[in-house]
Design a protein around this ligand. Structure first.
Ligand SMILES: NC(=O)c1ccc[n+]([C@@H]2O[C@H](COP(=O)([O-])OP(=O)(O)OC[C@H]3O[C@@H](n4cnc5c(N)ncnc54)[C@H](OP(=O)(O)O)[C@@H]3O)[C@@H](O)[C@H]2O)c1
Length: 246
């Protein structure tokens, strides 16, 4: 039986930890060649060691550095001549109550979660349009769909990703390029744990399925969206939340 992502060329941002690392690992296990992106030199060494340098190629750049990002996509084009999937995972979460929201915080969150997501989508779409196929997976959040008190900025950035995904899916469908987003709930990573122990406990009690999500739960949904199993699925926002309430 062939693997789900046999010989697909994929780019995964934020691949050094959390959900992005789980995605990169699973994609390699499913037969893909993964260009794993991170901003800190050497932070992908362990992953390269686990997956093998012929299957996992590290690319180092900050996603807010458009020149660095462009060079990375040019390297993929030069080495592979194609791109089958982009997992636009890198993101940050910063909380601020209304009345306490500094403009700098808005810029920082939107630069990473929205502007960099658009930049990567554009570079990927450039390659995918030429070949007439490809799957772009953006990262929204349950918070971007439902909203939550105390996270107006983060929620707005992830809501923008929903709108971006739907608009880009319509624009790129005629060229065979699919664009979907995942909207994870409470996934046990550094980002989620940064809300503090008390809120982590509260959130866990608000999941219908009775447990926090794992990075692998999200990675499996991404594998489906990157694979040909979803080849007629576009413009969708896929919740991965075990029936969580925010
Ligand atoms: N965990 C959840 O419950 C949850 C729920 C909904 C949505 N999400 C979304 O899922 C995605 C992954 O989250 P996670 O929980 O895995 O978070 P995480 O553990 O904090 O990992 C975030 C990743 O993004 C990278 N990153 C952040 N800013 C970057 C930048 N400027 N340039 C390059 N890389 C950057 C980080 O790199 P460094 O290691 O260098 O910081 C890290 O690899 C995010 O988009 C997040 O908003 C998460």
């Amino acid at each position: 039986m062939t693997a789900l992502l046999e010989d697909k060329v994929c780019v995964v941002t934020g691949a050094n930890r959390g959900i992005g690392r789980a995605v990169a690992r699973l994609f390699v296990a499913e037969g893909a060649c993964v260009y794993a992106c991170a901003r800190r030199d050497g932070s992908l060494d362990a992953l390269v060691g686990d997956c093998g340098p012929e299957r996992l190629v590290p690319l180092y750049f900050d996603v807010t550095d458009t020149k660095g990002m462009k060079a990375a996509f040019l390297q993929v084009r030069k080495e592979q001549g194609r791109l089958d999937a982009l997992v636009n995972n890198a993101g940050i979460m910063k909380d601020a109550l209304i009345g306490m929201i500094a403009p700098e915080l808005v810029s920082e969150v939107f630069e990473v979660n929205v502007s960099a997501t658009i930049a990567a989508l554009q570079f990927a779409a450039g390659l995918m349009r030429r070949q007439g196929s490809g799957s772009i997976i953006n990262f929204s959040s349950i918070v971007g769909v439902e909203g939550v008190a105390g996270q107006a900025v983060y929620a707005a950035s992830k809501g923008a990703v929903v709108a971006l995904t739907k608009a880009a899916a319509k624009e790129l469908a005629p060229q065979g390029v699919r664009v979907n987003a995942v909207a994870p709930g409470f996934i046990d990573t550094d980002l989620f744990r940064s809300i503090g122990e008390k809120r982590v406990e509260g959130a866990s009690g608000n999941v219908g399925m009775g447990r926090l999500g794992t990075p692998d739960d999200v990675a499996r949904a991404c594998a489906f969206l990157a694979s040909d199993l979803s080849d007629y699925v576009t413009g969708q926002i896929l919740g991965i939340d075990g029936s969580a309430r925010v």
